[in-house]
Design a protein around this ligand. Sequence first.
Ligand SMILES: N[C@@H](CCC(=O)N[C@@H](CS)C(=O)NCC(=O)O)C(=O)O
Length: 208
Amino acid sequence: MYSLYYQPFACSFAIHTALQKIAAPYELHRIDLNKQEQIKDGFLTINPLAQVPVLKYQDKTIRQAGAILLFLSEQHPEAQLLPDVSSPDRGLALETLFYLSNTVHPLFSRLFYPERFAEDGAKEVKKIALKKIRSVLENFDQLFSKQDYSINNHLYATDYYLLAILNWLRLFQVDITDLVHLKSYIQRVKKNMEVHTILTKEMQVFAA
Ligand SMILES: N[C@@H](CCC(=O)N[C@@H](CS)C(=O)NCC(=O)O)C(=O)O
């Protein structure tokens, strides 16, 4: 049985959707980031970095979204969360996963928590992050003018992760009206059965 520590619509959305796709039993523990539950003692013993997602499996604890997705894809190859290790697309999938976790996601951390990146320059941190995010989005827009998903034309867990990130755009009023291919991509991914199920489920928790 897996246990996922998550917050609705945080990056943990990607892991939640992956668990849904695997169809293995799992239980959820909500860590309400709005109530700062990530810095409470109980959770700090699980993740001293005070962040979701955390996955518990047997007596092990795994942190870091990209690592958890990779771990799940290896544990459940039949779920095809990522291209098979023998597939020529595997390298691109790993590149995309690492790019999302070490470049794209941290840009958004600068929007959520600018004060962590400059004691007096929060406005500037946000401004630079937004500029870089725009460039990232333009690149994705170009990519989706040529292919349906992040790894060619098959939906993988990298798309769960990218959608989780793209869902934050509206929180910061990032206008993507002109990025038509990116907008179509978002709609396409949202139609996927597992994605739709978890979006609905997390919305219900969030609204409760
Ligand atoms: N490097 C971590 C980043 C995780 C992360 O930034 N989680 C956010 C939610 S998307 C969080 O828990 N934020 C609370 C905080 O940093 O205080 C990962 O890839 O898992």
